[in-house]
Design a protein around this ligand. Structure first.
Ligand SMILES: [Zn+2]
Ligand SMILES: [Zn+2]
Length: 155
């Protein structure tokens, strides 16, 4: 019940942390040294086209999903992470293979999971494109999701 809302309806695949009813999703880096579990209870998901997200992933954009920090747990390789940034706000990579796993954001209270590292499919889908103002010129957005120049709301 901590995860609230629609997730209370799921009764089939309950496992893991405490009395929550959310499914637990597994994620991992390329070399599998670092594994995490996260509740399938993301509050939002977006495709970010900013130059930082493009560089940290090496991709045209970064699909990420946001959730409270307490709902993500490192299950192996905790000390094999490279933390880029400070204690509260940072990117967490695997120190061995370099995969970007997640970012701690919003004063450390939230994490943005790099959706490409999820092994299990989350319920949520990216709903918007953000920082399209700095999108790669060689990449064309071909879906109909809303596009914002910067953050959501920046037209
Ligand atoms: Zn790795
Ligand atoms: Zn970005």
């Amino acid at each position: 019940m901590r995860y609230g809302r629609a997730y209370d309806l799921r009764e089939d695949t309950v496992m893991g942390s405490g009395n929550s009813n959310a499914r637990i999703l597994v994620g991992e880096c390329y070399c599998r040294a670092v594994r995490y579990e996260v509740a399938d209870a993301f509050s939002y998901a977006m495709n970010c086209h900013c130059s930082n997200c493009r560089r940290t992933t090496g991709a045209a954009f970064k699909p990420f999903a946001g959730i409270e920090q307490s709902k993500l747990r490192i299950v192996s390789g905790e000390n094999q992470r490279t933390i880029y940034g400070d204690d509260t706000t940072h990117d967490a990579h695997c120190a061995r293979c370099g995969s970007l796993l997640y970012s701690r954001v919003r004063e450390g209270k939230w994490v943005h999971v790099a959706m490409g590292t999820l092994v299990d499919a989350p319920s949520i889908r990216p709903s918007v494109h953000i920082f399209v103002g700095s999108k790669a010129p060689w990449h064309e957005i071909t879906d109909n999701l809303p596009q914002y120049r910067g953050h959501v709301g920046d037209v």
